[in-house]
Design a protein around this ligand. Structure first.
Ligand code: AMP
Length: 195
C-alpha cells in the first residue's frame, strides 16, 4: 500500500497534484479541507462548528478533525492506498493518524512536502479565488492568516516525519507536469525506504 501525506502551505498545489497521483496509482483522496467544505455545504453540526475557524483562516480544533478522519477511514478499504491532503496539520493530528493507521496495519509511507515561496502562493490563491468561490481565497487578510498559521502550527509536522526518515521535500515551482515528475521520483524513494 502507498499512504502518502501531501504537505505544503495553502496554494502549494496539493489538490492539483493529488488528482494526478490518484489517477496514476489508484489512491483514495482524503482532503480534510474538502470534507469540511462538504459539511459546511450540508449544514451539518460539524460544519456549523468548523465554519468560524475556516472563515477566519484558523485551524479547526484537533479533536473535530481527528474524529472526522477516523469516520472517513472506517468507511475506506482501498487496498492501493490513501493520499492525505491538508492533514495532518498539527503534531497531535500526526500522532493520531499514526494510531488510526496502526489499527489498520497500513502505516504512512512518507510525507512529500511542496516548497513554494510566499509571493507565488499568494498569487496562486488569489487566482484560485476567482473561480473557487471560497471566501478564504478572496480576502488578503485571511490568506495572510492562513500562511501565518502554516508557519507556526503546521510546519513542525514536517519535522515529525523528517526525524523518522520518511520525508521528501520537493520544489513546488514550475509546470504542473514537471512538479508531478518530481513527486513521482519522491514516491519511488519513499517506497524504497519503506521496503
Ligand atoms: P484547505 O482546503 O486544506 O486549505 O482547508 C481549508 C480550511 O479548513 C483551513 O483553513 C482550516 O480552517 C480547515 N482545515 C482543513 N484541514 C484542517 C486540518 N487538518 N486541521 C485543522 N483545520 C483544517
Amino acid at each position: 500500500m502507498l499512504n502518502i501525506v501531501l504537505f505544503g502551505p495553502p496554494g502549494a498545489g496539493k489538490g492539483t497534484q493529488s488528482q494526478k497521483l490518484i489517477e496514476e496509482f489508484g489512491l483514495t483522496h482524503i482532503s480534510t479541507g474538502d470534507l469540511f467544505r462538504k459539511h459546511l455545504g450540508e449544514g451539518t453540526e460539524l460544519g456549523k462548528k468548523a465554519r468560524a475557524f475556516m472563515d477566519e483562516g484558523r485551524l479547526v480544533p484537533d479533536q473535530l478533525v481527528i474524529d472526522m478522519v477516523d469516520d472517513r477511514l472506517r468507511e475506506e478499504n482501498n487496498l492501493q492506498g490513501i493520499i492525505f491532503d491538508g492533514f495532518p496539520r498539527t503534531i497531535p493530528q500526526a500522532k493520531a493518524l499514526d494510531e488510526l493507521l496502526n489499527q489498520k496495519e497500513t502505516p504512512i509511507t512518507g510525507m512529500i512536502a511542496l516548497s513554494v515561496p510566499d509571493d507565488e502562493l499568494i498569487a496562486r490563491i488569489v487566482e484560485r479565488g476567482k473561480t473557487s468561490g471560497r471566501a478564504d481565497d478572496q480576502d488578503k487578510a485571511k490568506i495572510a492568516t492562513r500562511l501565518q498559521v502554516y508557519q507556526t502550527e503546521t510546519l513542525p509536522v514536517a519535522t515529525y516525519y523528517e526525524t523518522q526518515g520518511r520525508y521528501e521535500l520537493i520544489d513546488g515551482v514550475g509546470s504542473i507536469d514537471n512538479i508531478y515528475e518530481r513527486i513521482k521520483e519522491a514516491v519511488a524513494r519513499l517506497q524504497n525506504i519503506a521496503g
